[in-house]
Design a binder for this molecule. Structure first.
Ligand code: 5GP
Ligand code: MN
Length: 329
């Protein structure tokens, strides 16, 4: 465990402070993934289990990936833009700062007497009054799991089983099923504890990885079909036209980096995914290459081995930009 310089608290103190409040809003990053939703819903379940009113917010308006809908509390997710309840505390999970939670959630956060960050993305500045950031934690949901234990919920009850289901889902997705470089002893230990609370690991894996839409598999195939070798990297892209032609949506494109990173002989993979008015880039590294540093050059960020960024241009321009950048990696 390594906490960063912007950390000014402990998970014990966070749990103790949350126990003193009544109404608590929780929100993760825009474009939410399994860890973001798992952390948000896991903490919401845990706080509800100890009698709190917990609001689980989503930073953006769009529908959340339906493959995450098996998580307990999914139906209670509210877009931050539609939220105006009074709150005593705001907890930002799996997101290091205001820029990653977007304007709507930032407005909710500004109204809270207590602001808290529970995260695993290292950034130079502290975003909340109480900030706990551990970049060695495989997922933010693993930190939420620690907080849930500190809240004193019975490990044998239904509540903790629900918390475990959410937190395990975040752990499983952020480690790529215990495959990526962030998979460490604490990740496995956390998984064992969650299993001991009675979660159904096979059901979760099926929901997350074996209920894919046909369109998302076709998107993967297209990404592989048109990939280019650029120096040490593989580069591919998916345009809005491709998404429309395959009857896909933005969730179907989200993991198209996975087949690229699985190919032998390349240290880095990059995929560019066109959206309305911008292009989202995803970078992955299998060696020690710091792709978060590359993402930061384009205003993004993330982890050393998995990072993302947004380019305000069309897909052709974005491909040219990344061809140039990856050539000099
Ligand atoms: P993905 O490629 O799956 O979108 O993101 C990979 C990792 O980078 C995740 O941890 C995600 O939170 C982070 N990330 C993605 N896009 C951005 C971005 O624009 N800014 C920052 N700071 N992090 C990002
Ligand atoms: Mn995460």
């Amino acid at each position: 465990m390594t906490v960063t310089p912007q950390t000014n608290t402990t998970l014990q103190e966070i749990a103790a402070e949350l126990l003193k409040r009544d109404a608590i809003a929780i929100c993760g990053h825009v474009n939410p993934d399994g860890d973001c939703i798992g952390s948000t819903l896991g903490l919401a379940c845990a706080l509800r289990a100890v009698g709190k009113t917990a609001f689980a917010l989503v930073a953006d308006d769009g529908p959340v990936d339906a493959s995450l809908s098996f998580m307990p509390g999914f139906a209670s997710l509210v877009p931050a833009a539609a939220f105006d309840e009074p709150i005593d505390a705001f907890v930002m999970v799996d997101a290091p700062g205001a820029q990653r939670i977007g304007e709507a959630a930032e407005a909710v956060r500004a109204a809270a007497a207590l602001t808290v960050t529970i995260d695993h993305h290292a950034v130079p500045e502290r975003a909340s009054r109480l900030s706990y950031t551990d970049p060695d934690s495989a997922s933010a949901s693993l930190l939420v799991w620690e907080v849930a234990k500190l809240l004193g919920i019975s490990p044998q009850g239904e509540d903790m089983r629900e918390v475990a289901t959410c937190c395990y889902s975040g752990l499983l997705t952020d480690t790529g099923r215990f495959m990526h470089q962030n998979t460490n002893l604490e990740a496995f230990q956390g998984a064992v504890e969650m299993m001991a609370c009675g979660l159904d690991a096979a059901r979760i894996s099926t929901a997350l990885f074996q209920q894919r839409t046909e369109a998302s598999v076709k998107i993967d195939a297209l990404a592989v079909d048109r990939m280019q070798v650029v120096g040490r990297a593989l580069l591919s892209w998916i345009s809005i036209g491709d998404i429309e032609a395959l009857g896909a949506d933005k969730h179907d494109v989200e993991n198209a980096i996975a087949p690229l990173r699985s190919i032998a002989g390349f240290d880095v993979a990059c995929i560019l995914k066109e959206r309305e008015g911008c292009v989202r880039g995803s970078l992955r590294a299998k060696d020690g290459t710091d792709v978060a540093a590359v993402a930061r050059e384009f205003g993004g960020g993330g982890h050393k081995a998995a990072a993302g960024f947004t380019l305000e241009c069309g897909i052709d321009e974005a491909v040219r930009i990344m061809q140039d950048r990856l050539a000099t990696l």
